[in-house]
Design a protein around this ligand. Sequence first.
Ligand SMILES: NC(=O)c1ccc[n+]([C@@H]2O[C@H](COP(=O)([O-])OP(=O)(O)OC[C@H]3O[C@@H](n4cnc5c(N)ncnc54)[C@H](OP(=O)(O)O)[C@@H]3O)[C@@H](O)[C@H]2O)c1
Length: 297
Amino acid sequence: MAHDKLTIAVLGPGGIGGLLAALLARAGHRVVCLAGDETAAALDAHGIRVRSGRFGDFTVRTQAATTLREPVDAALVTVKHTTLDTALDRLPAAALGDALVVPFLNGVEHPDVLRTRYPADRVAPAVIRAESTRVAPGVIDHGSPFAEIDLAGDTVPRDRLERLARALSEAGPTTRVLDDETAALWAKMSFLAPFALLTTRHGVPIGDIRTRYRDELTALVEETAAVSGACGGPADPAGALARYDAFPPGTKSSMQRDAEAGRPLELDAIGGALLRAAQRHGVAVPVTARLVRDLTR
Ligand SMILES: NC(=O)c1ccc[n+]([C@@H]2O[C@H](COP(=O)([O-])OP(=O)(O)OC[C@H]3O[C@@H](n4cnc5c(N)ncnc54)[C@H](OP(=O)(O)O)[C@@H]3O)[C@@H](O)[C@H]2O)c1
């Protein structure tokens, strides 16, 4: 199976989806991008153009459609939370058959949403560490020197995960299969939530957050770690702080970039989900609650 080629649908060929679609297509897999009329037409006309220090600059053809109408091996879900419900209409369960459904969204609640629509044992959540931006339909800037994926899915057959992970790794992003879905999702959430909430609230990059707003950052990291630990995820506040300290000072979160551009924020999927988990487990999160309140105004 090492050399087999997959058929892969990508729902939402934006920063992450466009990058993965292009890399997989370049590696010889059959890729069908599912998008709205305008973006589907742009992909049909010009393909996907990627600019990446890590993977090179290239243009590749993929198929594009507005709704999935054929069986695939896997469907990567790469829209934002704010459009997830409507976008999923392009991915009818009946067309998917036995395909894996692999969401790359940040947050922790979307796998349950997907499991209400698709077979529970085919939903395999992924976490991606990368920075990639859709600058126009079909034009993707992959800015980070890295792209790493963790793929999980507690009830998904291991060989299906391994097969997709191999295809992704061979196409570019280093991909691991992890045993514990909850831990994988909360590991990302624990890092992301303090970074996203604080950079967006104060409108400054990480360098200013870790100096001017150090106390707030420390408190938020501790609250997030406590919630993560209560949910069965990792709880390593010192490790999270050390990672923020290692980031280039000008780094902005994608929530902050969305706020600057006037786009809807994934606030409910990140801050809201954190508050709901804290409430469920009786963890006090006063700093998180205040920040989410401030950002909701
Ligand atoms: N970008 C990153 O570096 C990064 C890193 C880690 C995790 N993430 C997470 O990955 C997820 C995706 O983020 P992103 O930055 O890739 O978002 P994005 O660049 O905005 O891409 C989302 C794509 O979804 C498409 N879309 C929106 N509504 C749709 C619909 N109803 N039907 C079909 N397609 C639809 C958009 O289409 P149009 O092109 O037509 O607007 C766009 O191409 C988010 O949860 C984010 O937090 C992102």
